[in-house]
Design a protein around this ligand. Structure first.
Ligand code: SAM
Length: 318
């Protein structure tokens, strides 16, 4: 079992996109805003997590950049003793105009979701014709050094399988890693055609265009992605194969949901209610106890032993 030193924080369950694999229903059925942790509460949980050994924090959502004052949270978290790496996952739509402020506030790097490079296909996957803004955000992130930039692509057979080669091609022209993520079914997308494509098939498509991928080690990559390189490419191609493989033994992360639950495993029903403690007037020691318990018990849950599919990716943060 890995050392658990990484916390993903979903700062909001709201999103400005309607990705078919994540939140095709938009904001319907989401929590009232009072149910969502505010920045002071998130800061307190992160500070206490750092005291329990967490060293890396990633902000996610929903769409974290929909919180217009997210730079304030970044500034506070960057100052937390013990936090060595502060990153953010975004759909990139608002990134171009915010990147400089985020960097100045102490953000180190970004992951950007990009499911297509064809404008029509992008709109069909995400519900919004915003590919130009996302590409602008990507270039701005590289320019100001929110790096290394990673691009995340969820591949769905009927929708963006045709985009795989063009996305992989980006690693030849830009200093980015492009990561292909296997689609994970959730309650929100139940009932839709399951467009799952195993990453072995994605790799075959890439190799048929670019030749065999070579093994590559990306320094400090951590996490579930396995990285390779196409011949002549500067950037790496990553595969996150959560459905065709099991990487629970390498999992080093806890998740803090937007409504204040610590989740030891994406797939587990089990959660630890930190919001109840925060709002019930609990002292730091009681909250640290809960965090330590979730760290201790994390090893009990794996994708294989857990069956929770009834979750919202946007509340948990992916
Ligand atoms: N709005 C941000 C974004 O688009 O990156 C952050 C939130 S999003 C929930 C975080 C990550 O979860 C993204 O990389 C997205 O591709 C991934 N994701 C969402 N739903 C998924 C699903 N059903 N299967 C696999 N990955 C998913």
């Amino acid at each position: 079992m890995n050392n658990v030193d990484y916390l993903r924080v979903s700062v909001t369950d709201r999103c400005n996109l309607r990705c078919i694999y994540c939140n095709p229903l938009g904001d319907r059925g989401l929590r009232d805003r009072e149910g969502i942790l505010d920045f002071d509460e998130i800061h307190r949980v992160v500070r206490l997590c750092a005291e329990c050994g967490i060293r890396k924090v990633r902000l996610t959502g929903g769409e974290p950049l929909m919180c217009g004052n997210i730079a304030d949270l970044i500034r506070k978290l960057a100052a937390v003793a013990g936090i060595e790496d502060l990153s953010l996952t975004t759909n990139g739509v608002l990134l171009g105009s915010m990147a400089a402020d985020l960097k100045a506030a102490g953000l180190k790097r970004v992951n950007i979701s990009l499911d297509a490079v064809d404008r029509q296909c992008y709109q069909q996957m995400t519900g919004l014709d915003s590919l130009p803004q996302v590409l602008d955000g990507l270039h701005k992130a590289i320019e100001i050094g929110l790096t290394p930039v990673r691009l995340n692509c969820v591949v769905m057979r009927e929708h963006n399988l045709s985009q795989v080669t063009a996305l992989a091609e980006m690693t030849r022209h830009l200093p980015v890693s492009v990561r292909f993520i296997e689609y994970c079914p959730t309650s929100r997308v139940t009932g839709r055609a399951d467009g799952y494509v195993p990453n072995a098939e994605v790799r075959q498509i890439i190799e048929s265009q670019f030749g065999p991928l070579s093994d590559v080690v990306v320094p400090n990559a951590g996490g579930p992605a396995v990285y390779f390189k196409a011949q002549g490419a500067g950037g790496a191609i990553g595969f996150i194969s959560g459905r065709s493989s099991v990487f629970c033994h390498d999992c080093s992360r806890l998740r803090l949901t937007s409504d204040g639950k610590i989740k030891p495993c994406l797939h587990a029903d089990r959660h630890y209610d930190v919001r109840g403690l925060l709002r019930g007037g609990a002292g730091d020691e009681a909250i640290r106890d809960l965090i330590r318990r979730s760290l201790r018990e994390k090893g009990r849950y794996t994708r294989v032993t857990s069956t929770a599919e009834d979750f919202l990716m946007q509340s948990i943060g992916g």
